[in-house]
Design a protein around this ligand. Structure first.
Ligand SMILES: Cc1cc2nc3c(=O)[nH]c(=O)nc-3n(C[C@H](O)[C@H](O)[C@H](O)COP(=O)(O)OP(=O)(O)OC[C@H]3O[C@@H](n4cnc5c(N)ncnc54)[C@H](O)[C@@H]3O)c2cc1C
Length: 497
């Protein structure tokens, strides 16, 4: 095959950017190659064998890949999903192309900020350099990358406290760079409305190659789906860009009340975007642009401003993980690395099963097991309870959350756990220990949330739900496994030591 502008083609390697519209790397590839861009996804065995691997989250991931593939195919494009890690997949593919005199001229991907992914990408760039193929990697997943929101010009001078980080982040949002990034997402709504869709937006499919007997791979998406399907234990939500954007449209009406209602788990006041953000079916710039929040000021106290501040928390935790990758396994505050956690396995099992005898904690853990999601306020309560009432290492909880949450995402999960355990950057101070009884009376006074997930308590008067000495055993519900005030004192001693 000749290589000239008419026949040049490219590969876009999808990872955490599982959508077509507003996909920065894909866009560049598509433009340069005039629609002759093929998508690829590699199932990386390193991820599939992690201790926090989850069939439920993987099931949702597969659904997201399917949605992406069908969107690409509808517009003349294609996605090849291969069962091979990228460091082996790329050399095999590129040797095949070389042998058929049709190497791609450009390979694109969007940057990922997790420590493992950074190392993997460095390795792949080295491999691709041997094939003399141009590689471009782009910002896409975040509005501002960890290297862009710094305390000073000095590389690596990162913020360790959220407020100054967010102030800088908001300044950038309101500046020319933020404006340009949001502007590049304005036509995403047209895409959602399926305006200007063309069956020949993409001009190439993998069939060009897969029909050749020497092609090294087959598409493994269906195999993975079939194998995993049987192990999924919860109903999985709809996946992909179109569902995410539909939710974005629906969330507009909730924005004004977001600040006042977001802490009440019985009210559906939050966006539920986290599972779509995780896989890049949606991004922070798309959310801000679609909701018209580009001119929000840091000092505003409104619902919309508060919502954007939460999005900034997400990027803050990405920045921490990027600049301080040791937090993946160690406390950010090194002096808390050697806390003598009691790590009682029996208590841990009660926590997982939602049988601690603390209704707000158990409701949260049951919500998580039944749906793969948990309200943020309740995440804070159960995390505080595990670390400061049960005196169990935050890493145990973090690992279980990664398995159970559909939105399980290293940076915000690690950040959330280390915040609750007071070991992280800008954490809850160790002496401010949530009282689960007061939390439940404050945030679920009528017990609506608790009763939804703890069916055996559905006929109990609300006041008895929040009383540490209330007798709930007659309803078949366990007595508290610990006394909060006793455990609180123990926790204070542990941290002080
Ligand atoms: C112990 C613990 C573990 C957590 N684990 C995860 C996780 O694995 N994945 C995850 O995405 N979030 C995690 N969070 C953060 C937060 O609970 C979820 O992002 C939020 O509940 C998702 O619901 P939502 O999309 O309706 O949020 P909304 O309230 O609608 O907020 C919008 C978006 O802002 C971001 N956001 C909101 N709150 C936070 C926060 N506290 N920290 C970081 N980002 C935030 C999320 O991306 C969220 O989707 C964790 C929090 C705690 C305390």
């Amino acid at each position: 095959m000749k290589t000239n502008a008419e026949t040049e083609w490219g590969i876009h390697w999808f990872r955490r950017d599982l959508r077509v519209p507003g996909n920065e790397g894909l866009k560049i590839n598509w433009k340069r190659n005039r629609g002759r861009t093929l998508g690829i996804f590699c199932f990386d065995s390193t991820f599939l064998s992690r201790s926090d691997f989850s069939h439920n989250r993987f099931g949702f991931f597969i659904k997201t890949l399917k949605a992406l593939k069908s969107d690409l195919v509808e517009q003349g494009g294609d996605l090849l999903v291969i069962d091979c890690q990228p460091s082996q997949a790329f050399p095999q593919l590129l040797n095949f192309f070389k042998n058929h005199l049709t190497s791609p001229s450009l390979i694109t991907w969007n940057r990922d900020y997790e420590p493992y992914a950074i190392q993997r990408d460095i390795q792949i760039e080295r491999i691709l350099a041997d094939f003399n193929i141009e590689v471009l990697n782009c910002r896409d997943h975040l509005l501002f990358e960890p290297t862009e929101v710094l305390k000073s010009e000095k590389p690596g001078d990162f913020y360790q406290v959220y407020s100054p980080y967010a102030r800088k982040w908001f300044d950038k949002l309101n500046g020319s760079v933020g404006e340009a990034r949001l502007k590049s997402q304005t036509n995403v709504r047209d895409y959602y409305l399926k305006k200007n869709r063309r069956q020949d937006l993409f001009k190439m499919t993998w069939k060009t190659f897969t029909k050749k007997s020497s092609f090294p791979f087959k598409d493994s998406l269906e195999d993975f789906e079939l194998k995993n399907q049987k192990k999924v234990t919860i109903p999985l939500p709809e996946a992909g860009f179109f569902k995410a954007f539909e939710m974005l449209e629906g969330f507009k009406a909730k924005l004004l009340n977001y600040k006042d209602q977001r802490n009440y788990p019985s009210i559906q006041a939050t966006s539920r975007f986290s599972i779509y953000l995780k896989n890049g079916s949606l991004t922070v710039p798309q959310i801000i642009s679609a909701l018209g929040l580009e001119k929000i000021d840091w000092k505003e106290k409104s619902g919309p401003a508060h919502f954007v501040k939460e999005l900034a928390w997400r990027e803050f935790y990405y920045s921490i993980l990027y600049h301080c990758p040791r937090v993946e396994t160690k406390s950010f505050l090194e002096h808390y690395e050697n806390i003598a956690w009691e790590n009682n396995e029996d208590f841990f099992q009660h926590w997982i099963n939602g049988t601690t005898g603390f209704p707000i904690v158990d409701a949260g853990m049951r919500e998580l097991a039944q749906t793969g999601w948990m309200h943020n306020r309740v995440r804070m309560i159960v995390a505080s309870f595990l670390t400061k009432d049960l005196l169990i290492d935050w890493r145990w909880g973090e690992n279980y959350f990664m398995k159970a949450l559909l939105d399980g995402d290293l940076a915000p999960n690690n950040g959330g756990w280390q915040w609750a355990a007071s070991t992280g950057c800008d954490p809850q101070p160790y002496f401010r220990i949530f009282n689960p009884w007061l939390q439940s009376i404050k945030f679920d006074p009528d017990g609506i949330y608790i009763k939804k997930y703890i069916k055996e308590l559905k006929n109990i008067p609300a006041k008895d739900l929040h009383d540490p000495d209330g007798d709930r055993s007659k309803f078949g519900y366990p007595s508290p496994i610990v006394h909060h005030s006793v455990q609180r004192d123990k926790a204070l001693r542990l941290y002080k030591r």
